[in-house]
Structure formats: C-alpha cells, structure tokens
Design a protein around this ligand. Sequence first.
Ligand code: DAV
Length: 389
Amino acid sequence: MSVTTSPTDAGLAGSSGPEVPTVVSSWNEWDPLEEVVVGRADGACFDPAEPGYRPQIRGPRAPGETFPVGPKSAETIRRANEELDNLSALLADRGIVVRRPDVVNFDHPLRTPEFDVPTQYCSVCPRDVVITLGRQVLEATMSRRARYFEYLPYRRLIRDYWNRDPRMIWTAAPKPSMADDMYREEFWELTQEERFARMHEFEFCVGQEEPVFDAADMTRMGRDVFVQESMTTNRPGIAWLRRELEPRGLRVHPVHFPLDFFPSHIDCTFVPLRPGLVLTNPDRPIKDEDATFFTKNDWRFLDAPEASSTNDEMPKYCQSSRWLSMNVLSISPDTIICEDSEVGVHRLLRAEGFEVITVPFRNVYEFGGSLHCATWDVRRTGECADYFP
Ligand code: DAV
C-alpha cells in the first residue's frame, strides 16, 4: 500500500522545536504510544435507564429482579480498579507516561432545564468522551443524560496539557439538550424482523435534529477519520465533525455496519491494527460501498475469531457485547494488549506477526468496555500520514 505524509498537515503536525514541547499529538490507533490516560472506577454508578438507553441484566435473573440503580459496590469497584491499576503499571513499565482522571462521585442526581436522571455513570471509559485528533483534544457532545458531565474528571488533565503545549487545540462540542424529543423511543419497541427490514435506514434511538456524537464512534487512520452512525452518533453529529475537522486537513468518512442493530462505539466492530490492516467483526460486516474505499487502497480486513464467552456468559451487568474481545489497545504497530481470556484473538494476532501482551480485564467490562474503551491516547510518536492517497 502507498503512504504519503499529508501536504496539508504541516501547520497541524508542527514538528516540535527544541523550546516547544509536544504534549498532545496522536494521529492514529497504532503508532508507538507515549502518553495515555487510563480510566478509574472510583465513584461509579450503574448506568440508569433513560430515553437513549435501556440497561438489561445478562443471563439468568431472579423473579422480579430489575437492573440496579445507584452506586456500584465497593468490591466491584475494587476489582475493576485492580485491573485498571495493573494495566497502568504495565504501560508505565514500558516507559509510557500514564495519567489518571480525578476521583468523582457519580452518585448525584442531575437536573437540567430539560431532564433529570437519578445518578451519573463513571470515569472508566475516557475513550467515549474525549479524542485526540492530531494536535486537537476534542470533547464529544455525548448522547446519554447520565454522561452529560462525564468530561469533568478529565478537565484537570486537559487543562494541564493545554497549559504545557501551546499548539494544542482544545475544543468542546456543543452540548445537546437531551430533552425527550431528542430521542426516538419507538426504536426500543421494534421487533427483530422490523430491525432487519429497516437496517439500511440507520435510524437508532437518537433523532436527527441536534448534533450528537460519542468520541468512541470515531477511529483514526492518519488524515482519515471514520465515524459510524449509531445509537450514540447521528448524522448532524457527523456533519459537525466534518465542519470542525476538514478545515484542519482531515477527511471525515461515515461508515456503516448494517447488521449491527444496536451500534454503539466503533471499537468492537472495526479496529485498525497497523497501516493496511483492520480487525473486523464477522457479525457486523462493513457496508459494501464503504469497504471499497479500503480495498482499493490495499487495506485488508481480518475477521476476529469467536470471543471466549457467549453474550449470556458476559458479566451480569455488562451492557457491551461479547465482542469486547476485539477491544484491544495497540501500543505500537507491532505490539497489542489484549484481554487475558481472549485466546482466539491472541492466536490470530500472533499469526499476523504481532507481539501480544495479555492482561486480566473482565472485571472492567461492566463499567462500559475493555482495553481500548478504558484508555485515551494523548501522544503517539509519528506524524499525520495519508493511507488513502
Ligand atoms: O459492541 O458492545 C461496546 C463498546 C462500548 N464502549 C459493543 C460495543
């Protein structure tokens, strides 16, 4: 495949002079990781039901048992923190700077002019909330009420980066109202057959009036940023991203996975591993027209193997699919961190020539994700390249 350094990114990439340190710079999902934020479970609550979200208990359930509301137990939080701390130590041992969000108590009801929710959520998944796009740190609009203020645990870090890096661009996307009429409640009532019949409409639980996006619906491949329409990102959200990012020399591409009837965040569906190679989800193939853009530029799709657990075997309160198996964190183009139990993924990646590092992470799953979700890369070595010339 051919790769060129983008001609338009000169001002953006800004090779670091001796006196101006580069603190924030990350153009893709695979370049050597230098600085990262790892989430923390302190203060976490169960994610409350709301118009954009209907949490469900997994597996067997006692008669009358409903999804809990309120703080998670101290023991659940301790176990997740143990795994998050272990990941942090492993990254630090490899010479990567690891930062952590502030401790915030999410057990507060939230009331705005348009809505209230009984509690907020957690600070385990910075990936959902904030993204580095070259020299820019962008805070997402978010899409769920309980996550409206989820940028707050990261603000001290963001201010610190901004103070230390005069070229960092700090942008917060406009907050949507999250009023009742922003959502499409009828989405939740559709039968499986209706979902299948409507799969190409890409209409989910958010409407198309106010721009809405979660940061984790994006994936970065140098000059090109791919965004999926989902339960957490709508078309105006993608249009907002396009207008924000294209004047900076990036190209924003919507991508679709028609068989994913409950899409939320692209990082269990379409995960770039290195230039020319994307880990793909066999249950959620990319739309043919979107695939062509990759194949004509000599990119290859590598289907993930079956996950180590079925959907029913996932932790009781986990709201993500078994495809958390493919939610991996690349720390260089040839080194990837994977969850301990996902031996199929380890085998596949080793056969492709990657060094695979494994860590236990299943106790983090019920806090919204795995290794990619629970991290936010602030700096990776490397400049903006064009992998789709
Ligand atoms: O496929 O279940 C989970 C990602 C959560 N941040 C999935 C997506």
